[in-house]
Ligand binder design. Structure first.
Ligand code: OGA
Ligand code: NI
Length: 365
């Protein structure tokens, strides 16, 4: 079904806010959101039972008695899945409840208020959604911003948010920062890389945050919340703020819908960790589907190395028997390169591969 050429289509708001678009009860999916060519879910063995992603228990991971077993589980999960749900993560349910209320309140602000944050030409941070290289838009409104280091925060974004939301987000970021430090430490242990190397890379690292608001759509099969991609991050911590599912992952060539309990976070491994691990772990491809009735709200927290760090296979992992599979690049350049390619769902990681690994094994530092 093609566009009804809604009256909204000429206004800039329609480009930037799906939430506004669906206020018209007669709206059909406009052409620039229309994506009928999605890879469908394949039912396995004729039933609709899909496998669940593994669950990692943070309390067990840091406990004396269970750490070994949980570390093994984490290792197998990182290798086989690149994604897991994290329970007993220690972030209090009262903070998560506050976060939910504050974000919902932000989403309900008049569109004019949210437009103060809109993406400026040539930028990728801000409110709205960018037109992808095929001319299409995702079915969702987002606020995307760098939140660490603090001096890289755009003055018109995070500092201008309503103060109660800002304070709650600040607490939340602090919690997730601590959490990511623990997880990256455990990952370093499993990779048998020097923990210090991992810590130095991610100390005061670049942190990006995306608040995602996905309005419902009466034709969910012809729109996409976010097209298939892997995150250009170390790790991503995703929280389904209002408990509505929609995330799907591609595993062994097949799309799997995820059903995440409300108290769990989703942790996925990104391209940068794939590089650091020298390909031992791989980033996971995922996409976001839309619900026909319910709105969906999520917060994605992207954990990256320091801006001035050099991303490359971990020094402590590389030796003549394990030559580097990826080139080195500064975080800053990686982020710039990946944010432009991401618009067409391409991976910057592909540019980082060393084609002839044998030839390079002689130039290890
Ligand atoms: C992302 C992402 C998933 C979601 O922001 O990169 O994949 O469920 N989000 O919102
Ligand atoms: Ni993602």
């Amino acid at each position: 079904m093609l566009s009804s050429q809604s009256h909204l289509e000429d206004s800039e708001f329609s480009m930037l806010s799906v939430q506004e678009l669906i206020k018209d009860p007669n709206i059909t999916v406009p052409n620039n959101y229309y994506r009928p060519d999605q890879e469908p879910l394949k039912l396995l063995n004729g039933n609709d039972h899909f496998p669940a992603i593994p669950t990692i228990d943070l309390e067990r991971l840091v406990s004396k008695e269970h750490t070994e077993l949980e570390l093994e589980k984490l290792e197998a999960t990182c290798k086989e899945w690149g994604i897991f749900q994290l329970v007993n993560h220690g972030v209090s349910s009262s903070l998560l409840e506050k976060l939910k209320l504050e974000i919902q309140e932000f989403c309900e602000l008049p569109v004019e208020d949210k437009m103060k944050f809109k993406i400026k030409p040539g930028e990728f941070e801000g409110y709205g959604s960018l037109v992808r290289s095929d001319g299409k838009l995702d079915w969702g409104d987002r606020l995307f911003m760098i939140t660490n280091p603090v001096h890289r925060r755009k003055p018109y974004l995070f500092p201008e948010l309503p103060s109660s939301l800002r304070n709650t987000l600040e607490c939340y970021f602090q919690e997730l920062q601590n959490l990511s430090k623990i997880l990256l430490g455990m990952i370093a242990k499993n990779l048998k890389m020097e923990i210090k190397e991992m810590e130095e890379l991610f100390e005061d690292g670049m942190q990006l945050v995306r608040l995602n608001y996905y309005p419902p759509c009466s034709e969910p099969e012809v729109v996409m919340g976010i097209i298939p991609h892997s995150d250009a991050t170390g790790i991503t911590i995703l929280h389904q703020v209002n408990g509505v599912d929609g995330l799907q992952i591609k595993k062994d060539g097949v799309w799997i819908p995820l059903s995440i309990p409300p108290e769990a976070f989703v942790i996925n491994l990104g391209d940068i960790l794939e590089i650091i691990s020298n390909g031992v772990y791989q980033s996971i491809e995922h996409r976001v589907t839309i619900n026909s009735e319910k709105e969906r709200i999520s917060v994605a927290f992207f954990v990256n190395p320091r801006f001035d760090a050099e991303i490359g296979p971990a020094r402590s992992l590389i030796n003549p028997k394990n030559p580097p599979l990826f080139k080195k690049i500064r975080t800053e350049d990686y982020v710039k390169g990946s944010s432009s390619l991401k618009l067409n769902g391409q991976k910057y990681l592909a540019n980082m591969k060393i084609e002839n690994v044998k030839a390079c094994s002689t130039i290890i530092e």
